[in-house]
Design a protein around this ligand. Structure first.
Ligand code: PEP
Ligand code: MG
Length: 754
């Protein structure tokens, strides 16, 4: 058998390109491609199978098999050798197909007479589109060169499928990116939104896949790679100038890839076989994406992502398509991205109606920003960046974690109803906005809001919050790429106090560590960061930043009342030492002649069960206690709040957890210490009502929750609810939720009617 030469491959690609240039229907083009490929490869059979739905492949064109089988023969993923290629994404190359495991005889195609089988996946950027097969009677294994040639054809087919070249009749030949698609992800932030897709990183569109002149293409590739290397070097210089070691690590990886000989060699080979420089880059990118979906090691996946990002940069250089591809942001943009940092998200500003991420986590900084903006955020919407196009109609159901892309009319109607119901509820909330939250039994509950960004402050008026119960100061540190200075912080805190118009703002000192890593601080390599060196532990061990922050707060207050609390206090002496830092800061300010507030309220967050058992001294000395329910719950049940698998396992209304909360209520009452709750559960109406019922009368939550929580509490007799909780617990029920739900239902409350 003769070796296949590069010029043969080039000739084949040239003919494929001519086929594409001719005016013809999608089916005719596919037929011609199978014909040309079989001819060039010297095989009796060449067939193209494309997916008609996520699980089913369909024979869409063939040279050599029975033509009547086209669009009739179908197989499930994993079924037969073709299905095996589709499922595994791996090539099958065999001289004796019938004796291969999984071989399936398909009478309608007359397949049994072909002994050799070579099948390669047709995939684009990691997405499986179909399978390309050649078969011959002669029992032989295909050579590396033949295999390579078929892979290149498969890649061209994939690109052309994406461009809509084969659109024809039937599901398998339907145009891509036009069908409705549903993605099930996770809830990062509840709420509903409807709008148009805005891709954070729009796809580069490659239209010239095949090139006649490899010399020119090679020169284009090399020139583009040179430019890429220079730009990576420049970025690296910039990062090292800023002492940004994290970013430096990523860029070092970029540089390694940009200089990788293997990467370059493979792309050069592709070009010498007839691909354009862009197509060669995309082929490599596609393969990296396919590997990405198979790698479970988080570090390796990140490196493959780096290679992916680098390929995108290279494609932009080659095609001249900047990150701005000329399209205009729609009026109702819903951001779709693989992942996004808080800084990038903030750059978009409040015009975004929602965010969908392929990755992300509930506790990510992006989630915190989305929550502050009260826009729905859906995380883990796998593969959505492959499917969505700029401008596509999209609807987010943040409550269920569902994304409807290009929804059909019935979904749109149902969704509109849901939005209308929500709008009605909003009207109801607005009507009680300025009313005090008093339950029918006379219990007064104070509803406060959580904040962390300047942008949150307008919600203080619009939500009817009585103050800010938790101002997460770390957000200001997270969105910068440098450590903010004292004056910068003092100005910022002063603006926060100005915007609060005399309502109380409880500033929580810096809570970093665990998942909150400052980009400009050396990350600690800890085996268990959530149990590690975080929050007040860092503040006391390295007091420089804490001192600076306390001074900034005092300066910002400029004599006005000030409330400060320390995060993650686990035992008395941590509070004592932190408060001593405040005393020192006050003394220093006085010495310098600056005004200090007469009214300074200093509290501690109760986020570890240990503090509930602290000595009486702690409760006597602390100004107020705020329960950080997110952390407290994770430590009480030993269940990581970031781990979706275990997080939902334990109910906040679990009897034991409520007993702990009641014990904290009792201890605070005993020493007349003010108590509040500021974890996410405070914003869930049923949980909030239960907490109020057991005596936690200050609840701090995201602003959008204030209306629903107030609405429920104002209709619930908390004394009766408390009895319901106690009775359920006395009956030995693990969670009081069923009893609470039954009581609320008996009293006219229905789910969705908060
Ligand atoms: C908490 O732990 O409940 C809390 C309010 O703090 P954070 O979510 O910022 O850790
Ligand atoms: Mg916490």
């Amino acid at each position: 058998m003769t070796e296949r030469t590069e010029s043969e491959s080039r000739k084949l690609l040239g003919r494929l390109r001519d086929t594409m240039a001719e005016e013809a229907a999608g089916q005719a083009r596919l037929d011609k491609i199978t014909h040309l490929t079989a001819d060039s490869m010297g095989t009796e059979v060449c067939s193209v199978y494309l997916f008609r739905d996520a699980e089913t492949l369909e024979l869409c064109a063939t040279q050599g098999l029975n033509p009547d089988a086209v669009h009739e023969t179908r197989m499930k993923m994993g079924e037969g050798l073709v299905g095996r290629v589709a499922r595994t994404g791996k090539i099958v190359n065999t001289a004796d197909a019938p004796s291969e495991p999984g071989f399936r005889y398909m009478a309608e195609t007359g397949e049994e007479i072909y002994s050799s089988f070579l099948g390669v996946p047709i995939q684009r950027l990691g997405e499986k589109l179909g399978v390309l097969v050649v078969q011959s009677k002669q029992a032989r294994k295909f050579t590396e060169d033949e295999l390579y040639a078929l892979e290149v054809v498969a890649m061209v087919l994939a690109e052309m499928t994406e461009l809509g070249v084969f659109v024809g009749e039937g599901a398998a030949l339907s145009a891509r990116h036009t069908q409705p698609a549903l993605f099930r992800g996770g809830t990062g932030q509840e709420g509903t939104a409807m709008g148009r897709v805005w891709l954070h990183e729009p796809r580069v569109v490659v239209t010239n896949l095949v090139a006649d002149d490899p010399v020119t293409e090679l020169a284009r590739l090399r020139e583009a790679v040179d430019k890429l290397r220079v730009s990576v070097d420049e970025m690296l210089e910039g990062a090292s100038g800023q002492g940004d070691s994290d970013q430096q690590d990523v860029l070092e990886a970029y540089r390694m890839f940009a200089n990788s000989k293997g990467w370059m060699r493979r792309m050069e080979e592709d070009i010498s076989r007839g691909l354009s420089a862009e197509a060669a880059v995309e082929k490599e990118q596609s393969q990296a994406r396919a590997r990405m979906s198979q790698v479970s090691d988080a570090y390796l996946r990140e490196r493959l992502h780096d290679l992916d990002d680098l390929s995108n940069r290279l494609l932009r250089i080659l095609t001249g398509q900047g990150s701005q591809t000329g399209s205009e942001m729609p009026d109702d943009p819903i951001l779709v991205a693989r992942n996004i940092g808080p800084g990038e998200l903030l750059e978009y500003g409040r015009k975004l109606k929602g965010v969908v991420l392929e990755e992300g986590s509930v506790g990510s900084h992006a989630a915190i920003v989305a929550r502050a903006w009260a826009i729905p955020l859906i995380i883990h919407a796998e593969r959505i960046t492959n499917e969505a196009l700029n401008g596509d109609h999209i609807m987010l159901d943040g409550d269920q974690g569902i994304v409807h892309l290009r929804p059909d009319d019935s979904v749109v109607t149902a969704f509109r109803d849901k939005i209308a119901m929500e709008a009605k509820a909003q009207e109801r909330y607005a009507s009680i906005r300025d009313t005090d939250c008093v339950a029918p039994d006379g219990t007064r509950v104070h509803l406060l809001m959580n904040a962390g960004l300047m942008a949150d402050l307008p919600s203080l008026d619009s939500s009817g919050a009585e103050g800010v119960g938790l101002f997460r100061t770390e957000l200001q540190f997270l969105i910068r790429n440098h450590l903010p200075g004292r004056t910068e912080l003092a100005n910022l805190y002063a603006r926060v106090l100005d915007a609060a118009h005399g309502k109380r703002v409880v500033f929580r000192t810096l809570d970093i560590g665990s998942d909150k890593v400052l980009p400009y601080m050396k990350p600690q390599d800890e085996p268990n960061p959530a149990l590690g060196w975080r929050a007040i532990r860092v503040g006391l061990d390295k007091p420089g930043v804490l001192r600076m922050q306390l001074q900034a707060l005092l300066r910002a207050a400029n004599g006005r009342p000030l409330s400060v609390m320390f995060p993650f206090v686990a035992q008395y002496d941590e509070f004592r030492d932190a408060r001593a830092e405040m005393d020192k800061a006050i003394a220093r300010e006085k010495r310098l002649g600056h005004p200090v507030p007469d009214d300074i309220d200093i509290g501690a967050m109760l986020e570890t069960p240990s503090l509930a058992f602290a000595s009486q001294r702690f409760f006597d000395e602390v100004g107020f206690v705020s329960i950080g329910g997110n952390d407290l719950k994770q430590f009480f049940f030993a269940a990581d709040r970031e781990n979706e698998r275990v997080r939902r396992r334990y109910d906040t209304l679990n009897s034991s957890f409520l007993s702990l909360l009641e014990q904290i209520v009792d201890r605070c009452r005993g020493s007349q210490t003010r108590l509040s709750f500021c974890g996410e559960d405070a914003g869930r109406p049923i949980e909030a009502a239960c907490m109020a019922a057991i005596g936690i009368d200050r609840l701090s939550m995201r602003p959008a929750s204030i209306g629903p929580v107030k609405s429920l509490i104002m209709r619930t007799n908390l004394t009766e609810l408390r009895q319901v909780i106690h009775d359920a617990r006395d009956r030995g029920e693990q969670s009081v939720r069923p009893a609470v739900m039954a009581y609320l239902a008996d009293n006219g409350w229905a789910l969705g009617r908060s």
